[in-house]
Design a protein around this ligand. Structure first.
Ligand code: TYD
Length: 140
């Protein structure tokens, strides 16, 4: 998996003078069935979230309010994506290390995950993650 497999998905947006509406259907707008939704909010200035990769889980991150940056890292390259629209979702597949930072005041990050919470699915140590990526490369 590479950081090029991470992409911003433009979600349907029904524009209306009464207020806009966006909807997301599992397997239609995201390439998986949505099993869990969680959100980060009340993030203090300067705080960083994430700092892990997943073995099997993929997810879509949306800035429901405010903005933040997502740093994506596949063990070889890094890039950063700025999210600030509630109709844009960042799709992050398996085996991508991510860090979320630069949260604006009032930012809300909603995550649509392909799996229920399972601590065993996480790599929380960056060096270990890089080692697993290197080992996988040497077998391919
Ligand atoms: P973590 O995934 O490390 O948060 P983030 O990556 O957004 O910074 O989770 C923080 C804590 O919350 C950790 O103790 C696990 C717990 N948690 C759950 O119990 N269920 C969940 O669905 C999530 C995402 C986290």
């Amino acid at each position: 998996m590479s950081i090029d497999d991470c992409r911003v998905i433009e979600l349907p947006k029904i524009s209306d003078p009464r207020g806009n509406l966006t909807f997301i259907e599992g397997e239609t707008h995201v390439p998986y069935d949505i099993k869990r939704v969680y959100y980060l909010y009340d993030v203090p200035g300067g705080a960083e979230r994430g700092g892990h990769a997943h073995k099997n889980l993929h997810q879509l991150m949306i800035a429901m309010s405010g903005s933040f940056d997502v740093v994506l890292d596949d063990g070889k390259r890094r890039r950063s994506v700025h999210l600030n629209r509630s109709y844009l979702g960042l799709y992050v597949p398996t085996m991508i290390w991510r860090e979320l930072n630069n949260f604006s005041s009032g930012a809300v990050c909603m995550v649509l995950a392909s799996e229920k919470y399972d601590e065993a699915d996480y790599y929380r140590d960056y060096d270990e993650f890089c080692e697993v990526v290197r080992d996988a490369d040497s077998f391919s």
